[in-house]
Design a binder for this molecule. Structure first.
Ligand SMILES: C[S@@+](CC[C@H](N)C(=O)[O-])C[C@H]1O[C@@H](n2cnc3c(N)ncnc32)[C@H](O)[C@@H]1O
Length: 284
């Protein structure tokens, strides 16, 4: 990210989630706050021209993936809450809206939004502008992953290390260095039993076909131009091995075939995810 500037990509993915609400039927991820959170001007622009992102063949893959990863994280969160999870830590939250539509009874699930301070300030201003109040169960934990540890950020925010927590980390790992991603995952692996994480990550270019590689290059140029270049890429097999070595018990990787089978089966519109990213679940 550009120093002291909020994440441009946070708004971009929020726009895609909002677009998903407007024209994908059935919805994979139902988010009644998605349109409001993008801001009044963007919301009316999107309503006037819901297909404004459909400018490249990549657009529908991206929208599908953004919807699927949030759905998967919140499905896994609900399984966690049924077990023992009482804390939900949203890493690199951007314009995620879970905290403002938290379906659990008050006091059951504390929500921590961890994000770069500049993005968090932008989100708080946006919430004020659109008239969404801060729920009592929500705590903001501003950190820069590259210079501060998650442990430090959560400690300052009142996270309870003796209670199980579920972490989601969506659309963020690629913007960090591999070392920071691994250190953060090691911290999560040390959380109380019953804790878990869902995150997505980009596939190592060396594992891609030439056509996938050229799609990756095109997309990676766009984010680099926005000042948020991709840095971390992973090999699924190696990553799963590393997660097990950190102490995670159950580790599950979901590639495009599995994600499409889970969420995009039998659709008339052909919406589906592409092949550049995977989803990973790991439980303590
Ligand atoms: C593409 S957005 C994803 C936002 C959100 N998770 C979503 O899916 O809508 C990337 C997020 O990562 C955060 N991020 C990127 N680099 C960061 C860093 N070094 N420290 C903290 N947050 C960072 C940005 O502030 C932004 O919120």
């Amino acid at each position: 990210m550009k120093e002291d500037q909020p994440s441009v990509t946070a708004q971009r993915v929020a726009m895609r989630r909002a677009a998903h609400q407007l024209f994908d039927d059935p919805k994979v991820f139902d988010d009644p706050v998605a349109l409001r959170i993008i801001g009044r001007e963007s919301a009316s622009g999107l309503q006037a021209d819901p297909r404004q992102f459909e400018t490249t063949p990549l657009a529908s893959y991206l929208r599908a993936f953004v919807a699927a990863r949030s759905r998967y994280a919140e499905d896994e969160l609900s399984l966690g809450v049924r077990r023992s999870v009482g804390q939900y830590v949203i890493l690199g939250a951007g314009f995620d809206t879970f905290a403002f539509r938290n379906p659990y009874p008050e006091g059951l699930l504390r929500v921590f939004e961890v994000d770069h301070p500049a993005t968090q300030t932008w989100k708080r201003q946006r919430l004020e502008e659109i008239g969404i109040g801060l729920p009592d169960d929500l705590t903001f934990a501003p950190i820069d992953f590259e210079t501060q540890t998650l442990e430090e950020g959560l400690r300052n925010a009142g996270y309870a290390p003796d209670k199980a927590a579920f972490f989601s980390w969506l659309g963020v790992t690629e913007y960090l260095t591999t070392e920071v991603v691994m250190a953060t995952l090691r911290f999560i692996a040390s959380a109380t039993a019953g804790s878990g994480v869902v995150f997505d990550y980009m596939i190592s270019p060396s594992l891609l076909s030439p056509s996938q590689r050229s799609r990756l290059d095109a997309f990676s140029q766009q984010v680099a131009l926005a000042g948020e270049p991709w840095q971390a890429f992973f090999d699924p097999e190696v990553l799963m091995k590393d997660l097990r070595a950190m102490g995670f018990g159950c580790v599950e990787d979901k590639g495009p075939e599995e994600i499409n089978a889970m969420y995009f089966k039998n659709r008339k519109d052909g919406l589906r995810v592409g092949s550049l990213s995977h989803l990973m679940k790991a439980q303590v």
